[in-house]
Design a protein. Sequence first.
Lengths: 112, 117
Amino acid sequence: DQQVKQNSPSLSVQEGRISILNCDYTNSMFDYFLWYKKYPAEGPTFLISISSIKDKNEDGRFTVFLNKSAKHLSLHIVPSQPGDSAVYFCAASALGAGKSTFGDGTTLTVKP
Amino acid sequence: EAGVAQSPRYKIIEKRQSVAFWCNPISGHATLYWYQQILGQGPKLLIQFQNNGVVDDSQLPKDRFSAERLKGVDSTLKIQPAKLEDSAVYLCASSLEESGSWANVLTFGAGSRLTVL
């Protein structure tokens, strides 16, 4: 029973265009959501997060949108850059619980 | 600040052998996690420590896996005996404190890649 799902294993976009990565969750207890980015041979690094009291959080080129009724969140990267090529993991947790449940990741390739 | 340190980075063993991984979290981070990441999957929690106490080890295969956090700082994860399906990257992560939103942000080490032959 996978509680956090990233249904697209891979995504390829052209440099300068928008990248949209999607994530769905099933556990209604989740109230804090995070995106991590992972380069090969490195551990995941925190990118951006959102709590359930918001529906949008923006940090530079990165914006996360949360649709609680649909149990869906998305990460928008605009404009996309070749350095954004990495695996992106969606994660969910109960606020303050510490531990996160991760999706299986989406490999983003940004072509020059 | 120094990141989360893990060693060894790579380990190859035969099935039924034992292996141990070490983690040194960020100084001052009270909570430490071990995650297992199998190729093509996301990280899955094995165990969570708060200082030197276990918060959650419900997903740890206790017949072969063990973990401890000495004096609430360093941690060791051991597998004995190893099985083929244990081949994975073992990620250690730490976070600042148990409560509050920032507790959910994990800082990961580079991981220890285990291959069981």
